[in-house]
Ligand binder design. Structure first.
Ligand SMILES: O=C[C@H](O)[C@H](O)[C@H](O)COP(=O)(O)O
Length: 236
């Protein structure tokens, strides 16, 4: 990955934190992925960083919180979050998201849905010109209980998925990816998604599905960095 893209991610993250971090925040959600790394970095630079706790969305996120000298809290202790920051794999023109490219979608959705304000950070490659499923071509990530994957795969095809793939660990692991919650991930390609809310609801009803990577009507604002360092803002 080029340093230009890293610059884009850092600028988006810094602007998102600078523009939104509540001065008296008590509970802050920290997402997962390569862009939110810079959110944690920026929050770690705050003078009052010992006045709030940070809730992680998975193993990597927990490490980011610790490595930046922030105070780690658990969602079980702090079920109401003031603000959550996270990355996205794709953002549509209505600020709906596809997430889960890094296998972290369930805890991300738990934290985002508990937050008063949910802020997205990304580089401009994540912007869809219209619907979801256009910029992100790998399919909708869906977390499933392991022994349900074959049944859910069949049912996703019946719902219209063009391809359904059990995500594999690749060179890093023989066999399927196992999430931080000990589940499997299915990537289901529905092509261009005109009604992500309806698709999410249909998938969520399948027995074995823990959560989908469709984040509908959840984000407040998205910040997109480009390689020149410019950051654009998309509001719902
Ligand atoms: O499962 C991973 C998360 O949903 C990430 O937030 C998403 O994949 C975006 O990650 P990145 O900032 O690395 O593109």
């Amino acid at each position: 990955m080029s340093s230009g893209i890293e610059h884009a991610k850092r600028m988006a993250a810094y602007k998102a934190v600078d523009a939104n971090f509540p001065p008296h925040a008590k509970v802050v959600g920290i997402g997962s992925g390569s862009t939110v790394v810079y959110v944690a970095e920026r929050i770690g630079q705050l003078k009052n960083k010992h006045d709030f706790v940070c809730i992680s969305t998975g193993f990597q996120s927990k490490q980011l919180i610790i490595d930046n000298g922030l105070t780690l809290g658990a969602i079980e202790q702090f079920p109401k979050v003031d603000i959550a920051f996270d990355g996205a794999d794709e953002v549509d023109t209505n600020l709906n998201l596809i997430k889960g490219g890094g296998a972290c979608l369930f805890q991300e959705k738990l934290v985002a849905s508990s937050a008063d304000k949910f802020i997205v950070v990304a580089d401009t490659r994540k912007k869809s010109p219209s619907d979801l499923g256009i910029a992100w071509r790998k399919g909708v990530p869906i977390e499933v209980v392991p022994n349900s994957y074959a049944v859910v795969t069949r049912q996703l095809k019946e719902l219209g998925a063009k391809s359904v793939v059990l995500r594999q660990g690749g060179g890093a692991k023989a066999g399927p990816v196992v999430t931080d919650n000990n589940n499997f991930l299915i990537d289901a390609d529905f092509g261009s998604i005109s009604d992500p809310g309806s698709l999410h609801q249909q998938i969520k009803l399948l027995v074995g599905v823990v959560e989908t990577g469709l984040f509908v009507d959840m984000a407040h604002t998205a910040y997109f960095g480009d390689e020149s360092g410019e950051v654009s803002e998309q509001l719902r």
